[in-house]
Design a protein around this ligand. Sequence first.
Ligand SMILES: Cc1cc2nc3c(=O)[nH]c(=O)nc-3n(C[C@H](O)[C@H](O)[C@H](O)COP(=O)(O)OP(=O)(O)OC[C@H]3O[C@@H](n4cnc5c(N)ncnc54)[C@H](O)[C@@H]3O)c2cc1C
Length: 343
Amino acid sequence: MADGHKDIWVVVEHSGDVPLDVTYEMLEDARKLADSKRHKVCALVLGGSALPDFSQQLAEHGADNVFIGRHKLLSTYTGEPFVQALTSLCGEMLPATVILAATPNGQDLAARLAACLDVGLVSSCLQFAIGSDKNVLGVKATYGEKIYSSMACSGKRPHLFTFKPGSAGVGPANKLRSAAVTELSSLSLNTGAIATRTLAFITADPRTVDLSEADMIVGGGAGVGNKDMFGVIQELADVLGASVGGTRPAVDQGWIPHERQIGQTGKIVSPRLYIAAGISGASLHAMGIKNSEYIVALNTDGNAPIFKLAHLSAVGDLGEIVPLLVEKIRDYRKKKPMNASWS
Ligand SMILES: Cc1cc2nc3c(=O)[nH]c(=O)nc-3n(C[C@H](O)[C@H](O)[C@H](O)COP(=O)(O)OP(=O)(O)OC[C@H]3O[C@@H](n4cnc5c(N)ncnc54)[C@H](O)[C@@H]3O)c2cc1C
């Protein structure tokens, strides 16, 4: 490229120990773009000194190069040190395109980076394409997913994009691939310019967290039948570390409070897991759950509309299925205790 910018960078989103699935999705999409632009895919891993090396996994999903930047201020995410590191690396190494995850941290970092570099950002892309001018296009849903638009950045590089987790799904690893790994020893941060520090993390209580922020939700509907049975729904939520929500009939019956209603006149939710128990899947409820990453439906009626939305369906009586699920998850948790993640 005439301005010296080249290659596609993917900023690796990880839990500290392992890359998150969205990282693999981004690498695989970047791979397709890079092949058609004759660019390399570079995975940038930022973290603290204890960060394990997961370069091989990154290579197997498409990275040609892995750049690892370590600093004590990068061991947990806060905007200032991360944007400082990324701004200086972009200035030195001149990537043409940078893709970050459209997660809370990724969106925060992308917006800060766009402002610091004074470059364009297309956020929450579902996929990427190459435009007629050979620039990367981000395809995103607009107007409540009624239309899809392709958007490109113009002007200065790098061009920034964020990618919505779960949009593509993770493909199989190619065990034959390998990557050149570079430890960025020169990574130094101006600690004096960093005004904020993370002091502690306070985990939200799933019983009280706002449903629109909940990571996992067990939703109960009219099929739950009575308030006592809602206690069993709560038990399932507790063993999972999930929040409880439900349909309007569940609210009307007084089984759950109004702020726990999901749907057109309730909350719009986007958890990683939504379990719909005794819920028919009427459109006014369905529109509140359609952004869920994975939907499990339990219903006695095999023709219930909820099964059209569900990724996993069980036809049967929730009075039998839910206590069994609680027991199985408890057994599993004895072997693998619950932490911040459900994996
Ligand atoms: C203006 C307006 C706004 C609305 N807003 C909302 C809203 O925001 N949110 C919302 O949810 N609804 C809303 N509704 C109501 C909505 O139209 C549906 O009536 C409601 O979503 C249906 O709730 P449900 O699935 O719990 O009940 P139902 O449709 O009665 O379904 C119950 C399901 O449970 C199954 N079932 C029964 N027994 C069992 C069992 N033992 N085990 C397993 N499955 C069983 C049945 O097969 C059935 O599919 C609104 C309605 C109006 C008019």
